[in-house]
Design a binder for this molecule. Sequence first.
Ligand SMILES: [Zn+2]
Length: 433
Amino acid sequence: METMSRIPWFPTLALLLLGAAPARAQARTPNELLREGPPSFVAGTLGDARADREVRAQIELIRGMLFPHSPILEDTAVDLARGPAGWPGRPVLYGGPHVNAVVAALAPRLPFALRGDRLSIGGREFIGNDVRLIALVPEQPASEGQPATPAFLLYAGLGMPGVAEINAVPHGGEGFLVADRFGPRAGGSFEPGPDGRLAARLGPERPRIVWRERLLGPTEGKASVRVRRPAVLPAKDAEAEEDARLLAAAERIRHELPLPGALELAVYVYPDRRSKARLTDNGGAGHADALSGTIHVLAGDPAGLESLIVHEGTHVAAHAAHGMAGTAAMAEGLAVAVSGSYGGVALDDWRGRLPDRLPDLDAFLSSTFRREPEPVAYPLAGLLVRALRSRLGADRFAREVYSAPPGEFRAACVAAGLPEEELLSLYRTAAGR
Ligand SMILES: [Zn+2]
């Protein structure tokens, strides 16, 4: 029931595990840059406090999972005037020019433009706040009084700050990738043009289709769903049952989460796995796109659909209300806790199925979560979050614990009124140990 889209893919993990290869003349793709060694993260700080937190959270998520020793710098720490010497090694920048001061300063020299609600690249415009760009910008020599710049990897979206789960889209092998709420949309490479300046060469665009939309609700509990289905498919009777389940799912989330206002979910329903895989690059039963706040699911068994929507909708609703989760364990744990089940099995019934030896809590909150088998990691996280919400209250959990990065999780629990010893025993008893 869970999907690769929640897994922040930093390019090819396999490549990284192979170890550093000899440095090449010049990195042309994200994979090539990362093959040279661990990156340095450069966080954009031009947004408001919430945007800053979100940029930081996205970086911490990737860093905790793959590059625990990589530094995180603020954008103001890069000294462009010094040329490459003013940059950290193998820089990975988060945030477009509205978010990251380095990208803003370089904007006139970049082979693309991110402005307002549009991305201009390779002679094309991509419009909408769900549009994002992942690009390996090659090194550029000093010219016209501008200092040289090293190659850097950029994660930038048009929204504010536009980087939540931006690593989730599979990428890494091309110079750049444009993506939107559905997934990869067009890739390409940067080549020097006749004037010596870099120009973007855009590859073929992935298909996008027309959708018909229906607004369900709002219910008395202030939940509603905007459901979209391919316009080429005529409406079917079975949709009424699906719609009822979608709305019921939204209502359950609205009831379970301490949301400040009404909840409206945006759900795309795909008729079959093949069409979902073709349109989104993700053939799983369901996934959420955090940046656009949209959910993408296969039509099918109504009960399974409701549970799936509760899970994915919780990701979207929690992100909108509380910001990014500080750890994958809290994100998935909350989704599993709110849905009350995982893989069609009630949460309580998972206790007897978990291994006798639980993963160390600190490791579980950082690097090992994605390395545990999913049918261990997800129900265990769900049990932990359910116990935390019950002990602290859903509101306090959401405000004080949910967004804590791995290294601050224990302190956040203590500050919320849960002493460390009690946290550890709560973790064990939640899992029935
Ligand atoms: Zn999930």
